[in-house]
Design a protein around this ligand. Sequence first.
Ligand code: SF4
Length: 699
Amino acid sequence: MSVKTTCPYCGVGCGVVASKDADGSVRVEGDGQHPANFGRLCSKGSALAETIGLEGRLLEPMIGGTPVHWDDALDRVASGFSRIIREHGPDAVAFYVSGQLLTEDYYVINKLAKGFVGTANIDTNSRLCMASSVAGHKRAFGSDTVPGCYEDLEQADLLVLVGSNAAWCHPILHQRMLAAKEKNPACRIVVIDPRRTATCEGADLHLPLRSGSDSVLFNGLFAFLAGSNAVDRDFVGSSTTGVVDALKQVAGQTVAQTAATCGLTEGAVGLFFDWFTRTERVVTLYSQGVNQSSSGADKVNAIINCHLLTGRIGRPGMGPFSLTGQPNAMGGREVGGLANQLAAHMELENPAHRDLVQRFWRAPVMADKGGLKAVDMFDAIADKRIKAVWIISTNPVVSLPDADRVRAALDACELVVVSDCVRDTDTTRHAHVLLPALAWGEKDGTVTNSERRISRQRPFLAAPGEARADWRIICDVAHRMGYSGFDYADVADVFREHAALSGYENNGQRDFDISALSTLDGRAYDALAPVQWPVTPDHPAGTARMFESRTFFTPNGKARFVPVMPRPAGNATSRDYPLVLNTGRVRDQWHTMTRTGKTARLMSHIFEPYAEFHPEDARVAGVQNEGLTRLTSPWGEMIARVVVSAEQRRGCVFVPMHWNEEFAGAGRVNALVNPVVDPVSGQPESKHTPVKADPYAPK
Ligand code: SF4
């Protein structure tokens, strides 16, 4: 038996084929027909079959650590949430979910929170991954739209990767870029990153800019372009607004000034600007190095400004391109998965949108203001303004900044419910009620990748123990809370409703429309081939590229330039904390290692937490290569193995985010990370925390 499904790890969204042999063993291979990967898989994807065993799985509901019947667990959740809502109001409860959820799961939990409980206190770990891109898109395009598609990367003559170690974090997309470069000798790759990462190996130019200076660099490029013949005056005049104000912001900025502020040579900056100016087909890809900043949305807009000025958007081989971290970060946005969004890309602040969604859901109430975003949500839990939280499919005690405060918040919370497929995580340990959820290979639904492509996740394993689908658990709780509108026959029924809402009374201003999929019957849903939204009656086969008509989703149909005033990071280094901590990922691990940590093959790549220092910083700190260091910030500390490398920028230390306290008492790097967020996007500044390093000798 073979089943086509989608890799659960990253936003590339590769198709896989899972085959089950008669003896029950499972093989996972790349799907040669899936347009994201055409059969390729990276190290994580090709090890999927090694991660599906039941060891460590949560297989029965629990209250206070004791196994209970589902009815008892569901009653406890429903009665606990209902009582707290009755006594303290809807904003006394919260939901913290995940880009690992399937779109259908995401849809029903948002419907429950916003339309029935009446709170927008629902946020997601995708806040940590791409909220700045969402905000940047909305400011520039009037909608959260990724303009291009993966084919654009293969048609480009210049690929600019900003704050993206795609070779490790989006490996198949990176392989596609390198393959395209090999076929097209004119193609150049520029990597902009304080670290020399694996992605630099295939690049023509690496700009190791000063941490956080991305806006300065792209403002400098914007000023340079304005004085060149690369400006697309027709496009700027007919299809954009705000160019004069945006240019005022960068007036007089020279290459020399840009280079000095970014800590780069004038020659390298001039070369990059020259290539960008002279190359028509340019794609600028950006990821967490841009997004995870207290000015992440501005950095995104500084990049988009350069594409708008040159009209390089909505055409083959060009455009700004946000790489999403999680497999369904995009799907979560479709259903309004962030605290400041409404379903189907509608807006919480817009009364007409609220009214439309409320009528469609036949909901008794509707949240009428933005809810608390991830960091603020856990602050509110710590302060007891939120008294009940339901965490679904994520591990915030490891992954959120100021992680010790997150742990203390859960300890102090009156009711903590956690749905997960894993029994023992740093977060499940704090749960009063544990609900066993299906895992990859058992789940059924859809996800959307970085290029807006919806793909099916199909089950090929039976549900183990008493585990249930997340959407069904949520609906069961909703019923017990007395709400109607959660009587779905199956997961296809949820998808149809989601698709129908995307086209409901559509005023033509919204980008997300998959109404052509709203009549799929169960068989057609099951057979759904990967397709890029919008999928409308006019475009039933989907839409590869947006904005080809040069019309955007702003009220006047024009894209907006956003003036960008570069701002320093939220917390500067000091004598006490002289190094900038930059967190990230390693090639063979995913998030908090709950799955990739199960395979010896993946663990053999890098098996312990490490801190990478520039040789001069290591000398000053007195730490030795392969020795141990204690890293300390004003928020926490951890122990890590020392790696000394000239590839690290002076003044910065890099630590991967995967490990938890269980690992030899090393601790979680997010315990050190400052809880500073971007005021526009709410995304935490995970790339810039002042820290100090000392040698560490175990007692
Ligand atoms: Fe999975 Fe991403 Fe690797 Fe593709 S690139 S196989 S989606 S982890």
